[in-house]
Write a protein that binds this ligand. Structure first.
Ligand code: IMP
Length: 429
């Protein structure tokens, strides 16, 4: 029963979309397990160039069933737009299936996300403003609305006033904002229901059946391990579980289904939004990486904070997730830089530490300790065989492998599907 979790190993934006599109060539199912349309997955292949926020990144393969799991929060307007865009590009989306237990991001969640960020002022987290945190709050508070309820809009209409009245109390009394209209929300629900109903399924059984047949299933992560609500740099995190545990609960599959856990690392680091970041480069090298790597958010367009590869954080991420394999992306962005630095430890309050600090606030005080590696001549862009990589580029890859503690099995050398080096076939391990 081989399920392969593809997990963002840093602060998100590691290039999971491209990796999943590549791996999906050998998979029957791609199932997204967490997050919402705070994510932005870029996929470029023969079908075109896509920026997915909710639709799983295997959708471009006709043989692959794409699933949105119960751990995801879904903004129906965003999903319907993505479906329409895909159809316009000539892709078949009939096989898309959405868990009836996935929670809906309602318009008031988006409002509350923005109002709460404004209230925090200088202490804002820098959320994507897509209503993700408030939707997960309602899920945990047991006041959320799930996709399956769209199949029974009359019953939902009866439940709605109590929920919306409570939101309006919060909106008006706490934030001094205008209330939302129940009628407007009802008419949205009535518009969503018939369009989304054909996709709403008991997806757990689709995944289980595929696994029982022995087919490869890819569990698509969103965001990254360091943004995990439990294991990330709290409170500067997202409100879901991008780490491997989220793949189990976000799809309802057992640990024995796993064939491998794949950590996707960028060859350097980026972070969007607030929070500690020991290897951040606030200089011309950081600017160079941002411009060359087009490091601007797919979802918000915000410039990403750039920095050197952080092997302390990487090792931590590998420990939390139990990576069997690493996919290293965007190696080509480091072409021409010399030296290239890797963070191998932190100085915290005058002492060297080699482990990622778990105590809140400590990471803010950490100063990166670097090892320098020589840059390589020429370009790695578009290379498809590891033997064609410059020796020093391979030395950089091998150093990351040794420091993080898992083998690099795939190297991505460009945004297109074929700009990929397969060092070892992950599915054959
Ligand atoms: P939220 O998920 O919108 O609540 O945002 C919480 C934090 O996670 C912010 O720092 C966001 O910038 C960050 N974040 C959320 N989704 C992504 C993503 O897909 N990539 C990178 N950062 C993200």
């Amino acid at each position: 029963m081989p399920a392969f979790a593809v997990i963002g190993a840093q602060w998100g934006d590691e290039g999971k979309g491209k990796v999943i599109d590549f791996l999906a060539g050998k998979a029957s199912v791609v199932a997204r397990y967490s997050g919402g349309n705070n994510a932005g997955h870029t996929v470029i292949n023969d079908s075109g160039s896509f920026g997915f926020h909710l639709v799983p990144s295997g959708i471009c393969w006709p043989h692959t069933r794409n699933i949105i799991g119960n751990g995801v929060v879904v903004d129906p307007d965003v999903l319907l737009k993505e479906i329409a865009d895909l159809k316009r590009a000539g892709l078949n989306v009939d096989g898309l299936a959405i868990s009836e237990r996935a929670h809906i991001v309602m318009p008031y969640h988006v409002l509350l996300d923005k109002l709460e960020e404004n209230r925090k002022g200088a202490g804002a987290l820098g959320t994507t403003g897509r209503g993700i945190g408030p939707a997960y709050i309602d899920k945990v508070a047991r006041t959320g609305i799930r996709m399956g309820e769209l199949l029974n809009p009359e019953e939902l209409a009866m439940r709605l006033p109590d929920i919306v009245n409570h939101k309006n109390e919060v909106l008006t009394r706490i934030y001094g904002a205008s209330p939302v209209s129940i009628d407007t929300i009802l008419s949205k629900i009535q518009a969503w229901a018939p369009k989304l109903a054909p996709f709403i399924k008991q997806v757990e059984y689709i995944v289980e059946d595929s696994l029982t047949r022995g087919e490869n299933v890819i569990l698509e992560g969103a965001q990254g391990a360091l943004l995990d609500i439990d294991h990330g740099t709290y409170p500067y995190v997202t409100s879901s579980s991008p780490t491997v545990g989220g793949a189990l609960t976000g799809l309802g599959i057992p640990p024995r289904a796993f064939g491998g856990v794949i950590g996707v690392f960028k060859a350097y680091c980026t972070r969007v939004g607030g929070g500690p970041y020991p290897t951040e480069l606030n200089n011309e090298i950081g600017e160079h990486i941002r411009n060359k790597g087009k490091e601007f958010g797919v979802t918000t367009g915000r410039p990403r904070r750039t920095g050197w590869f952080d092997a302390v954080a990487g090792r931590y991420s590998a420990r939390v997730n139990g990576f069997d394999s690493i996919v290293l992306t965007r190696l080509d962005i480091l072409d021409g830089l010399n030296p290239i630095k890797i963070c191998v430890g932190y100085e915290l309050d005058g002492h060297r530490i080699d482990r990622f600090p778990l105590e809140g606030g400590a990471l803010e005080r950490c100063v990166a300790i670097y090892e320098e590696l020589e840059g390589w001549p020429g370009t790695t862009f578009g290379i498809t065989r590891d033997r064609d990589l410059p020796k020093k580029a391979m030395a950089y890859v091998k150093r990351i492998e040794a420091l993080v503690g898992a083998p690099v099995e795939i190297i991505s050398t460009g945004p297109k599907r074929h700009e990929t080096i397969v060092v070892n076939d992950i599915f054959q391990k």
